[in-house]
Design a binder for this molecule. Structure first.
Ligand SMILES: O=C(O)CCC(=O)C(=O)O
Length: 196
């Protein structure tokens, strides 16, 4: 994969803009948007329950649930389309994942706030593979200690971003609102540790 140069974080992030061809990315977008049981659970923020500004789904090949921001997502099995793309990502990266968080951003008003994927069940240094489909959106990164280290990537349809070992420990990431954006699906493949 092509390595994204981020000063101070060279080993933490890789990006392959052309992981999928455009026609495959758009057919996968259609399959996943139709095959997925989307939910919009509320999360607890500053003591209040609020709607998350996007739809989502949690799927696991090993029946594993996922807890974050005060909620627990019960697992659905991988859909056929998700199982196929998981296999391709595992083959090309040499990594093994067992779960995926799928986010559906209906338009530019849907977003994801600043966070790190550092839940204990992902282990000390999780590696997360993030596949983007549909409308291109900015993905922003800021370093936890060095306020001068910030980065914006345009995640295009069919691209794969690999968030490597130090990424969740050293950086936060977000997907800000944008004035004009069409629908977008993002899949973040993760490995939940069970007895490892
Ligand atoms: O939609 C994206 O590209 C970001 C998703 C994300 O931050 C996450 O699933 O933790």
């Amino acid at each position: 994969m092509e390595r994204i140069p981020i000063i101070g974080c060279e080993d933490e992030c890789w990006y392959d803009e052309n992981f999928l061809q455009q026609k495959d990315a758009s057919s996968l977008f259609n399959r996943i948007s139709n095959e997925t049981d989307w939910i919009q659970p509320q999360i607890r923020m500053f003591g209040k329950w609020v709607d998350q500004p996007r739809l989502l789904a949690w799927q696991s090949s090993e029946g594993l649930s996922y807890s974050y921001s005060g909620i627990t997502l019960a697992a659905n099995p991988y859909s056929i389309a998700v199982a196929e793309i998981a296999g391709k990502i595992e083959l090309q990266t040499g990594l093994k994942f067992n779960s995926v968080l799928i986010n559906f951003y209906r338009d530019g008003k849907d977003s994801m706030g600043w966070h790190a994927d550092d839940e204990p069940e992902l282990g000390e240094n999780p590696i997360i593979a993030s596949l983007s489909l549909g409308s291109a959106r900015d993905f922003v990164l800021k370093h936890n200690q060095r306020s001068d280290l910030k980065k914006v990537f345009l995640l295009t349809s069919g691209s794969l971003l690999l968030m490597g070992k130090g990424m969740q420990k050293n950086w936060k990431h977000a997907l800000p609102k944008r004035a004009h954006a069409g629908p977008r699906i993002n899949l973040t493949f993760r490995r939940i540790l069970v007895g490892e």
